[in-house]
Design a protein around this ligand. Structure first.
Ligand code: HEC
Ligand code: HEC
Length: 221
């Protein structure tokens, strides 16, 4: 009996090795391309968060990417890297200057490899809870009325963009953000944002409401 189970596991194991070798080729190439293209001069790819003070935060030239694989939806990076439209309405770390775009672009194999590399960077603090994107009343009321999240984040209502400019746009969050990451981001600010650039909601918003918010944010388009 034992032997039969052992033997039948071999093809599965072989398939798993084959698949993971295929994926790793892109990851290693992507890491090389990321370095060669000087992406690391603006983006932190090793966790945990290195910023401790406001000065550290202000010296960063771009958002940290060390938890990209937990944050972004599959497919988003490749799409964005081919057409990097502004996500943050304001220039990074500025409260007055507009983000005029012009982010470095990648194409072809390099774009796919860099996406595979970034998607391999995961954070153990993002638990796979399987929160499903949903326009739920609890999340919507929390976002719009109770906590005025849209005061700092753009969203789209009936076709037009509304909301504040100080945070990243959440108008297309359904294409970009994994709801489990949004939940982790809101509930563990010390991991993801040791320097608080956004109000802290952990301990203020209860767990059910936070999950509702994560589902709601994940549904925004
Ligand atoms: C001169 C600094 C700079 C360089 C070089 C740079 N980036 Fe960026 N990157 C930024 C800024 C600033 C943003 C935020 C843009 C926005 O919000 O629209 C950004 C955003 C991103 C994002 C989206 C992150 C998020 O949380 O929204 C990814 C992914 C990314 N960059 C990858 C790369 C890659 C790959 C390279 C190398 C080809 C690269 N960047 C080179 C400054 C830079
Ligand atoms: C006072 C302004 C402000 C308010 C209010 C606010 N945020 Fe933010 N939020 C920010 C800023 C600024 C950032 C970017 C922090 C950084 O990257 O350092 C951010 C980042 C985020 C991100 C990560 C986005 C990304 O692409 O990286 C999410 C998700 C988010 N906020 C959700 C919320 C929710 C949900 C609420 C309401 C419960 C909320 N925010 C209220 C300012 C705000």
């Amino acid at each position: 009996m034992r032997r039969a189970v052992y033997l039948s596991a071999i093809p599965v194991l072989a398939a798993a090795i084959f698949i993971s070798t295929g994926a790793h080729a892109g990851v290693a190439e992507g890491k090389k391309a990321f370095e060669a293209r000087k992406c690391a001069s603006c983006h932190q790819v090793a966790g945990p968060a290195a910023e401790k003070t406001i000065k550290d935060q202000l010296s960063k030239k771009g958002p940290e990417l060390w938890y990209s694989g937990s944050k972004f939806k599959a497919g988003f990076l490749e799409k964005w890297r081919a057409d990097p439209r502004p996500i943050r309405p304001l220039a990074y770390n500025s409260v007055t200057e507009r983000n005029t775009g012009g982010h470095p672009m990648l194409s072809g194999q390099e774009k796919a490899d860099v996406a595979a590399y970034l998607m391999s960077l995961k954070s153990a603090d993002v638990k796979p809870l399987g929160i499903q994107a949903a326009d739920n009343p609890k999340g919507r009321i929390a976002f719009v009325r109770k906590h005025s999240c849209y005061g700092c984040h753009q969203v789209r209502t009936r076709g037009s963009l509304v909301g504040g400019f100080s945070g990243p746009s959440l108008a297309e969050a359904s294409e970009r953000l994994n709801p489990d990451w949004v939940y982790a981001y809101l509930s563990k600010p010390s991991v993801f944002k040791p320097v608080k650039m956004m109000p802290v909601y952990a301990g203020i918003i209860n767990d059910a409401e936070m999950k509702g918010l994560a589902a709601y944010v994940g549904s925004l388009r």
